[in-house]
Unconditional design. Structure first.
Length: 101
């Protein structure tokens, strides 16, 4: 388990090693829609096949969680599952859904 989210500066010292690993992976475009936490919109599947996309996740960019939840609702999603070490994203998602009503 990681002690911090991967989109914090705490991960920055790991970037060189992460880059080596990520560049060695053979990626394939996804079969399903993927919503970016940065843009809050569906992302081009080809972009997800680039190591550079995954390396940006440690940057201090703001996440557009509410826009992403809204995009998922527009795509017809009505169930959300958080897979993490806590419930923060589930709470944030619930908050976004309540505010959107």
């Amino acid at each position: 388990p990681l002690p911090a989210a991967l989109h914090t500066r705490l991960v920055s010292p790991l970037l060189p090693d992460m880059k080596v690993v990520l560049e060695a992976i053979k990626y394939r475009p996804p079969r399903y829609h993927i919503v970016s936490i940065f843009s809050g919109r569906c992302i081009d599947g080809e972009e997800l096949t680039q190591a550079s996309y995954w390396l940006q996740h440690d940057m201090e960019k703001p996440m557009n969680w509410a826009d992403g939840v809204g995009e998922l609702v527009r795509l017809g999603c009505n169930a959300f599952l958080e897979i993490s070490h806590g419930q923060n994203l589930a709470f944030a998602t619930r908050y976004c859904l309540v505010r959107a009503r």
